[in-house]
Design a protein around this ligand. Sequence first.
Ligand SMILES: Cc1cc2nc3c(=O)[nH]c(=O)nc-3n(C[C@H](O)[C@H](O)[C@H](O)COP(=O)(O)OP(=O)(O)OC[C@H]3O[C@@H](n4cnc5c(N)ncnc54)[C@H](O)[C@@H]3O)c2cc1C
Length: 356
Amino acid sequence: MQLIGWLDSIGIRLNNLTITGGMSEKRTHRPEDGSAVGQYLVDGLLKNVQEQGIPLFVNAKVTEITQNDGKVNGVKVVFNETDEKNITADAVVVTTGGFGSNMDLITESRPDLEGYVTTNQEGSTGDGIKMIEALGGTTVDMDQIQVHPTVQQEQSYLIGESVRGEGAILINNEGERFTNELDTRDNVTAAINALSEKSATLVFDSGVKSRVKAIEQYEKMGFVISADTIEALAEKLEVPADNLKATLDTWNSSVNKKDDAEFGRTTGMDNDLSTAPYYAIKIAPGIHYTMGGVNINTNTEVLNKDGEPITGLFAAGEVAGGLHGQNRIGGNSVAEIIIFGRQAGIQSAEFVKANK
Ligand SMILES: Cc1cc2nc3c(=O)[nH]c(=O)nc-3n(C[C@H](O)[C@H](O)[C@H](O)COP(=O)(O)OP(=O)(O)OC[C@H]3O[C@@H](n4cnc5c(N)ncnc54)[C@H](O)[C@@H]3O)c2cc1C
């Protein structure tokens, strides 16, 4: 079944399309009110889990996947940091996410990323990868780590790409644009890192603010600088007011002509930036997503060094590697976790039935 239709059938409606870096068309599905997809998706999935009476454990750290006679037969779990238990199972599906918060694992393959902040929560440790490797599972693309260009540095907080998708531009310390803001994440990151300040500022108007609900959250967190005029915004940002005014005039004329002669941007240009008040958020790049992970096949079975499935072991989501190649496009992780998560559920249930 088609992903968006299946989500719709369980009450999760992603019927608003926006655009993110590297896309030529609006392809990123989000909730109707333009809010960020993650929280909405998790709330909807959790509601379904609860309605179906599926047991959930919290404060439960899995430390080992157990095996008997070459077949996976359960996990060891430590509850509340003290109470270790073995849970038996006919199959195990690993969905422990990526390793974007594990700086040791990151710098093992990418020493150049030492010192970067991460947008990931502290549970993105790569535990699942290590537990699967202990059973002979293999990994792919471990050095392919995505750095996101727009991260609020003090709180390591992602400023979503829909801000640019809905029209924001990036400026340097001189109040000037320096790149196509909706190029792929690696290229925008490289453009920011090429600036002497290695950081930049997102600038947008109240039109963008009304189209991107997440900006309300950024405001609550104190990230958003606002002013009634471009000159007043320039003063707050300590950039030359004449430059910022000229930058916005040129940009607005490019939007109206649908031709960005300066940097060749072609997307996120439905609306110009001309409706006061004006806003800004200071950003720099941060680690965001780990494209590498364990090797699985299309049935989500985990593969050993001979390319054979490890009996009873499945994995899905960011813990698995190889799907996105070198550069994930925004929105594709939601597609991955729903398609492969659902596949893992179907395949592991069929495996259990067939082996009863
Ligand atoms: C700020 C932010 C915004 C994003 N926005 C988007 C977006 O708009 N669109 C998009 O497509 N993608 C987005 N992504 C990427 C996407 O959210 C992730 O790739 C996705 O959540 C991965 O899902 P997952 O279920 O594989 O793992 P996760 O969501 O990371 O869940 C894994 C869970 O396993 C737990 N865990 C780990 N180890 C253990 C252990 N040993 N025992 C027990 N539990 C364990 C973790 O704590 C975590 O709760 C975003 C990522 C971030 C950080």
